[in-house]
Write a protein that binds this ligand. Structure first.
Ligand code: SF4
Length: 456
């Protein structure tokens, strides 16, 4: 392994079992053994200051009951391993965990001018610099640079691997300071739009039955810096290959609203016009339906909202999305109806993963039209992405089109999304690594058993 690659934390898979994961094992395409470094990386020195924490054991399960009948996702607050601004090991601040206002205060508290904070901010997030080391802070006063090397750290993530799917989708794996791994997906689109899909947690507590990440359970929340840096790294690593990264979706590992403080803060950093400058309309936060946090998001953020709906009855949603046992469909939809009534030109995106024989009947389509009445929305029909151990299969394309037509005839704006990145387990609902402890499989309602059996 070259020195540069070791410094970057990149591990090739040639003759190595070190990074063989369940997701890799279940991929259908062979992973290219040698990773070619993007040219910007060959020219940049990245920080090698990340250390591994050995003291904290974070692999706990949030599932207190093995009885699926009694199961509800745990909605307790889960801390990040460390504060999003100050690291608890050496009291250094993590630059990418700060909003611009906080960074300015911090810079001033060390005797420097606010203008110097702006210069630092721009080097972190703008002008194709995306600085990850003090040596990359060109043009900054040397006293400020010295202060930064003494009191701050740049990064929270170590690049582990990049995998390319045959359709151009890239899955980036990052190692966190505590050794856990998260996944970020970059999805190029031929209409000049490239989206980065960021994770907000390691694993997820929500246990949606069609989702691979849900099988992992929740390990921990990501810090603000760990979320922001995924977008920064995506631009830094891949912009020269895939063009400008224009959109962010919080649809990677985790339920963003279960980590809402860090998610709102990260989204604010991403839309700052002196920094990454994503349009708020192009930063979409997706939820499985945590109603109190959804209300807070609508109050506090101007970013876009997506709600993962996936069923038209409580019976089916209770099964495939256990969060519905706490916040029923009617409550979720009424909250949106009320919350969006005062917002101008704001539409929620409903995501609807189509599962053969479960939620894809024409009755479902007609019910869906009724359910979303009075809610400014678009509906995204998503082709289910199979993964190992999954009991569901994809709805046929023909049936998806018929379903779409019923929605369109009912006056809905409908989009259809077919699988991207499937051959590298980079598609929607395929992220993560399942460990020994797994979330419980929910009891299948009687009337769907035959359909599932026939499907498997
Ligand atoms: S679909 Fe989203 S909320 Fe549901 S288990 Fe997967 S990551 Fe969590």
């Amino acid at each position: 392994m070259s020195t540069t690659m070791r410094r970057l934390g990149i591990i090739t898979l040639t003759n190595s079992a070190a990074v063989v994961t369940p997701s890799l094992l279940s991929s259908t395409a062979a992973f290219p053994g040698t990773l070619t470094l993007p040219s910007p990386l060959r020219n940049h020195r990245l920080s090698n200051s990340i250390r591994f924490h050995k003291s904290k054991s974070l692999s706990f399960s949030c599932f207190s009951s093995s009885s699926s009948a009694a199961y509800l996702p745990s909605l307790e607050e889960y801390p990040s391993t460390k504060g999003s601004v100050v690291r608890d090991d050496n009291q250094k601040v993590v630059l990418k965990g700060m909003t611009y206002a906080t960074l300015q205060e911090w810079v001033q508290s060390h005797g420097f001018r606010p203008g110097q904070a702006l210069m630092l901010w721009k080097r972190l997030y703008k002008d194709n610099i995306w600085a990850n080391d003090v040596d990359e802070l060109e043009g900054l006063n040397k006293d400020l640079k010295r202060m930064i090397s003494e009191h701050a750290e740049f990064g929270a993530l170590t690049l582990k691997d990049i995998r390319s799917a045959s359709d151009g989708t890239r899955k980036i794996l990052f190692t966190l300071d505590d050794g856990l791994v998260i996944e970020t997906v970059v999805i190029p689109c031929d209409r000049g739009r490239t989206t980065v899909c960021v994770s907000s947690q390691v694993g997820c507590a929500m246990n949606c039955q069609f989702c691979y990440t849900g099988r992992m359970g929740l390990k921990r929340n990501l810090t603000t810096a760990e979320i922001v840096e995924q977008a920064v790294y995506a631009r830094r690593l891949l912009s020269h290959e895939v063009g400008s990264i224009t959109n962010v979706v919080f649809m990677g590992m985790g339920e963003p609203f279960h980590n809402i403080d860090n998610v709102i803060k990260a989204a604010n950093i991403m839309v700052d016009e002196n920094g990454l400058h994503f349009s708020p309309r192009k930063v979409t936060v997706s939820t499985s339906g945590l109603v109190p946090q959804l209300k807070r998001f609508l109050r506090e953020s101007n970013c876009a909202l997506a709600v993962s709906l996936n069923a038209t009855t409580d019976e089916v949603r209770n099964w495939i999305m256990p969060i519905n046992r706490k916040y029923k469909l009617s409550l979720l939809l009424e909250t949106l109806r009320e919350g969006l009534s005062s917002r101008h030109k704001y539409k929620v995106l409903f995501e609807y993963v189509m599962l053969a024989g479960v939620n894809d009947s024409m009755d479902d389509a007609r019910r869906l039209v009724e359910l979303v009445q009075g809610i400014p929305c678009k509906i995204n029909l998503i082709q289910f992405n199979p993964h190992s151990g999954s009991q569901f299969i994809q709805t046929e394309e023909d049936k998806m089109i018929k379903f779409r037509n019923v929605l369109a005839e009912g006056g809905c704006t409908v989009l259809m999304r077919f699988s991207r990145g499937n051959d590298q387990m980079a598609a929607c609902g395929q992220l993560g690594m399942i460990g020994a402890v797994q979330a419980p499989v929910m009891r299948v309602p009687e009337q769907f058993r035959t359909a599932l059996k026939a499907s498997v």
